[in-house]
Design a protein around this ligand. Sequence first.
Ligand SMILES: Cc1ncc(COP(=O)(O)O)c(C=O)c1O
Length: 421
Amino acid sequence: MTAMTSTGLAATAPATDHPQQWPVYDGQAVARATDLIRAGRTFDYRHGPEIAEIEQLFSDHLDGRHVLAVNSGTSALLAAYYVLGLGPGDEVLVPSLTFLATASPLFVLGATPVLCDSGSANGNVTVASLAERITSRTRAIAVTHLFGHPCPMAEIAQLARERSLALIEDCSHAHGSTIDGVPVGTFGDLAVFSIGGLKLVSGGMGGVLACRDTRHYDLACLLSSFRQRSNLTVHDPALRRLADVGLGGNLRISPVAAVLASSHMRRLDALVRAKHHNATALVTALSTHPGIEGLGVAAGHTMGGWYDIVLRVDPLRAGFDRDDLVAALKRHGVRAGVPQTAPLHRTSVFTGARPPTWHAYSPATLRRCFTYAPEDLPVSARLHDEWISLPATYFNEPQEDLLGAYRRAAERALSDLAATR
Ligand SMILES: Cc1ncc(COP(=O)(O)O)c(C=O)c1O
């Protein structure tokens, strides 16, 4: 008979016995959310304690930045681009390797995302890969700390200063990642965190915008919440006068989402520690094989969110390719796959699809910025073709049983592959 462990998983259980995946909420979070639902407090037009709490937690984490909680990371990115006044004719440098929402809110404003190649083995953009795409129309740089790997922010911030460009950090994969002890989200003019879906800090649906500049905060607040909230929290009296109508959006977060996200944010350090332990153990277990390696963490950088646990397979050295490894791991119960964050320059609107509502873009812009071939931006494309992803959302908390099962499954998968060479 197999012995049962404290989590109820059998010690020799196949790796297919997975616990509930993230987001997981503790009893106190569930009780707070339930109380709000029972009281009918599922929305907040003012600036109640639950909204103030998640904003304060992020502001404390981000060196006192102004923080606005909204209903998604996508809404936070829309607000960031909106407050910069971006519109038709303006270009924003965006990584090709990011989730689509780093770029897609620009479509709504008629501004143009200019996709940039990866400059680093972890998939991130670098000064060189950004600088080669700057034109006289470039107004801003948006970077994504991909899978939790911080971008080289000192250099990128210097480039932004030298070229008078606004700098936006998309930290949706990187809650708690740091550079020389300083959290990501504090290096740019504006920072965005998704706090929805499978993110390390998740209220189900939610996002956070953090700004250095009070005016940016005020404009974002007016875009997000007309009337009460803007009357309460917009600083500039001239802008506050606009609260009666607002600026055309309703991006408000629910207090239920806010308390759920706050429960994760309060234990961010412990979550990051557990995730780092688990992710490092998984990367180490697989990278014993030649040709398989983790993406590495640069000196002075730490990983926070670990949104995805990604390894690279070099087919020449490994003797098999990424797809062979994914298939072998799956046969042994590991939920391996290919990172969902895939090069944007291979998606519909960047390869010639023309939405009927796109009146803002000239034929020349459509040709130059929305017509990529698969072989363009070759580093991003090659990296993604060689990456496998392990299901990070099971590993946000201590998970020794599943970790052990995954290690054993990895050994078996690798020995199967060796036997077929
Ligand atoms: C890098 C990145 N940015 C933005 C978003 C958008 O966040 P949301 O899903 O909360 O709109 C995501 C979501 O996965 C993301 O991964």
